[in-house]
Design a binder for this molecule. Structure first.
Ligand code: HEC
Length: 185
């Protein structure tokens, strides 16, 4: 018993000595290296037992993240054209609520460029921070609800995607609101 107390004491003094003498400009001794260097896998580390390109960064093939609604159209001119055929899947009996939510989200995410009325005269446009923001009434673009959803999902040229800010339902709510703005322009 006494013996081990003395041994512990000596070990303790040694540790103190070594730490006290440590050169501040060099890495100190590692007493228990596996407390510093992980033996487990790092989250995003490549591992050889998984096929190439697989990592925690990529979802497993043919899976859908929880709560995520897949979109079947691609970010191509053909996809954009096909998007025009889509209708809002939201319940039209809830139209009032959907438009109210759509307006709230639109004012947060879109109005800064497109303007609260959708005329393409948002604050950033007026201050000449961004160019080429169209009015929703632009005849040449002839937007409809499906193409609006498509553009919210993928973005278009200097407009970014809002797929991460707005979920499936919210994207349609904003699209419905954009259609209302277009009508009122
Ligand atoms: C940073 C400024 C900016 C923001 C914010 C922004 N847009 Fe845009 N938007 C643009 C620009 C620029 C274009 C023209 C892109 C092009 O065709 O070159 C555009 C184009 C569009 C179009 C017409 C696309 C077409 O079919 O030609 C729609 C619809 C649209 N935006 C909706 C939205 C909605 C809805 C939001 C909010 C979720 C939004 N935008 C947020 C800049 C913005």
């Amino acid at each position: 018993m006494m013996n081990s107390v003395i041994r512990l004491g000596i070990a303790f003094v040694l540790v103190l000595l070594v730490s006290a003498c440590a050169d501040k400009d060099r890495p100190n001794y590692q007493y228990m290296p596996n407390m510093y260097e992980p033996v487990s896998y790092e989250t995003y580390q490549k591992v050889d037992f998984l096929p190439d390109g697989t990592s925690a960064l990529n979802p497993a093939e043919n899976t859908i993240p929880r709560g995520f609604m897949p979109y079947d159209l691609e970010n191509t001119p053909e996809g954009k054209e096909l998007s025009r055929l889509k209708e809002s899947p939201l319940d039209s009996l809830n139209s009032e609520v959907n438009l109210a939510v759509g307006k709230e989200l639109y004012d947060i995410y879109c109005a800064i460029c497109h303007g609260a009325k959708g005329d393409g005269q948002g604050t950033l446009v007026k201050r000449e921070k961004i160019l080429g923001v169209p009015s929703y009434a632009d005849v040449a673009r002839n937007i409809n609800i499906g193409s609006t959803y498509h553009v919210i999902y993928y973005g278009q040229n200097s407009m970014g995607s809002y797929a991460n800010q707005l979920n499936y339902e919210e994207r349609w709510q904003v699209s419905e609101y954009v259609m209302k703005l277009k009508q009122d322009l």
